[in-house]
Design a protein around this ligand. Sequence first.
Ligand code: 5GP
Length: 188
Amino acid sequence: MKKGIIISVSGPSGVGKGTVIEKLRSINPEFGFSVSATTREAREGEVEGESYFFKTKEEFENMIANDEIVEYDEYVGNYYGTPAVPLAVMCDEGVDVLLDLTIPGSLILKEMFGDQAVTIFLNPPSYEELEKRLTGRGTEAEEVVKQRLAHAEEEMAEADKFDYIVVNDDLDTAVKEIMAIIDKVKAE
Ligand code: 5GP
């Protein structure tokens, strides 16, 4: 059986990665999703095992030591990582897997998986729009929003290291573009 491909979506915080991935999954329920492990606290409404696997720092570091994590990154004071086994199982079953990763995370995966992985950089229509979205979300303290915005500027400079850049101005258009990318990669 042909292995599933790894579709990694990155971009600055607030660009709408979560929404884009949700929409891709609702249109194509056959997509798999890699649920990450993290040491950050759960936000309201987040479900253990669906949004994330919530771990203590010690638990996370044990997972790293035991090779249970394919890639991980530290982002604004917390660890985020991709659990190895679920990703391998989905790919072996021929399931195409979506991942929502930091920029270094996507670049590591690309290095590890080569042509089996496609990296997509989601850009906001403008920096001002990103600021508006991030402030309007209301899920984080002002200080965290500031940190995320400071990060975002650096992040947007990394876009050209990715296989594809998609601008998330209109959700449906961005999703269509990503579907076209996936179809093209699978046809290769
Ligand atoms: P949030 O706290 O907003 O849920 O996520 C913060 C950042 O961590 C986002 O940019 C998200 O893409 C990234 N992230 C989530 N899971 C993983 C993971 O498993 N590995 C890496 N490298 N980044 C992740």
